[in-house]
Ligand binder design. Structure first.
Ligand code: EPZ
Length: 417
């Protein structure tokens, strides 16, 4: 099992290039199943979850190869509609193949994703909405057996709760449905806009008609196309927080600043100096960090995927802060590890009280989930001495070349077996 050794305390200085978005790439990869022609994708991040999704598509019969910067997906002979637990259990976004498989074949057998460290990850909203498109389904031994004998029929659907995955699954499924589908109370994360841009590029007909409302005119087939996936806004937010934490001076490149305006405003409130250019954010840390109460919320609110990272920063604030996790039921797994490093964080249901003016001591640590693991690296960067982080396979699911990128901006970090 690989570990990371991090030697603090270090200031981060220089430039870092942000990779493509994992959470935009996954639904777009699933959506390529709608096509039986070639699709060329650029800027996919080299992370484990993307590899898993590619393996899942290949298990469904997609022919996939890399050349230069393009991932080429050829679904001409893609003919399977069974997504196994073996692949879906390690990456919950595997459920996103359900919509396209139903749209293409009219029936599918897809493993339920199962839970993970941050929550039970149910898919009831996906399934309820799909049934409004004419899908009937049964759950048998952990699999969704779904079918739409008359094909998918367009309909008006309002999501009972904002869900990124359910919105993505339904947009993809409705793209080939007969007639018009209107989806209301949609999630509007930038990754979903990237998905609708991709779908329109391959010939679908999708229009955003209000803030959380989308109208989809079903088409009978889609074309060949090439598409470049957007930047990873959570990776960008992670490096911004890392610069603030280490009182560094960092230029974050290959980004569209306005997409993470909320995070930029939050970090300005906390006391950092930030200036932006077209595709770059320049952040200069400040020794004095002001406390701030944070509540995670669907976009454009503060992202739950940056909650663990901002918590580390608020441990260094001048006063106490409260962080409310309103999206997932168990996303404080990083707190116990941070407290072992000297933080003083107490949890009361979905609220964490973060004491300010604390400093981190180096320690041996255990990663529990993707974003918790990166928060441990952030804390270790500010702690004098050597910290060791175990189970870094969590990290490799969503951060491309993280040691290389951190080393290039001044961190002392190495991977050991
Ligand atoms: C996506 O997960 C992201 N994953 C998550 O990022 C992100 O944290 C989350 O959206 C929220 O922004 C990908 O895009 C691959 P949801 P998703 O459906 O789609 C409940 C990361 O670190 N819910 O918006 O699973 C659910 O349990 C990952 O990159 C239901 O109850 O999130 C959660 O409490 C972690 N029933 C809330 O809604 C459902 O059918 C939001 O979930 C679906 C969801």
């Amino acid at each position: 099992m690989q570990k990371l050794e991090v030697f603090g305390a270090k200031k981060l200085k220089g430039q870092v290039k942000i990779s493509g978005s994992k959470n935009a790439s996954l639904p777009i990869l699933a959506a390529t199943l709608l096509s039986n022609k070639k699709v060329y994708l650029k800027n996919l991040p080299k992370v484990k979850d993307i590899e898993t999704m590619i393996n899942l598509l290949q298990s469904l019969g997609s022919k996939i190869k890399f050349n230069k910067k393009n991932l080429i997906i050829n679904n001409f002979k893609q003919n399977k509609n069974y997504a196994s637990y073996k692949l879906v259990k390690t990456m919950r976004a595997g459920i996103l193949v359900l919509g396209p498989l139903l749209a293409k074949f009219g029936n599918a057998k897809v493993s339920l994703p199962g839970g993970c460290a941050i929550g039970s990850r149910p898919v009831d909203i996906h399934l309820k909405a799909l049934s409004k498109l004419g899908v009937s389904y049964k759950i048998i031994q952990g699999y969704v057996h779904a079918s739409a004998p008359k094909g998918l029929i367009g309909s008006k659907i309002r999501f009972s709760k904002i869900s990124v995955g359910a919105t993505e699954n339904l947009i993809i499924a409705a793209s080939l449905a007969k007639g018009i589908t209107v989806l209301s109370n949609c999630a509007i994360e930038p990754e979903i806009k990237d998905l609708t841009n991709f779908l329109n590029k391959i010939g679908c007909n999708i229009k955003w008609i209000a803030k959380r409302k989308i109208k989809i005119f079903g088409v009978s087939e889609v074309n060949e196309a090439n598409y470049t996936v957007m930047f990873d806004r959570i990776e960008a937010g992670t490096y911004l927080i890392a610069a603030a934490l280490t009182v560094g001076n960092l230029k974050i490149q290959n980004v569209i600043p306005k997409i993470i305006q909320n995070e930029i405003n939050t970090l300005k409130k906390i006391g950092t100096k930030i200036s932006v250019k077209k595709n770059e954010i320049h952040i200069i840390g400040n020794k004095k960090i002001k406390n701030l109460n944070i509540k995670t919320a669907p976009y454009p609110g503060f992202p739950t995927d940056l909650q663990a990272q901002i918590m580390v920063l608020l441990c260094k604030a001048n006063k106490n802060s409260i962080i409310k996790e309103d999206i997932f039921e168990n996303r404080f797994m990083h707190v116990a590890e941070l407290n072992r490093m000297g933080a003083k964080i107490s949890i009361n249901s979905n609220k964490a009280l973060v004491e300010g003016n604390t400093s981190f001591e180096a320690a041996e640590l255990m990663a529990t989930d993707l974003r918790a693991s990166v928060s441990l690296i952030l804390a270790a960067l500010t702690a004098k001495g050597k910290s060791v982080i175990n189970r870094i396979y969590h990290l490799d699911r969503g951060y491309e070349n993280i040691e290389k990128k951190l080393k290039k901006i001044g961190a002392k970090i190495r991977r050991v077996n």
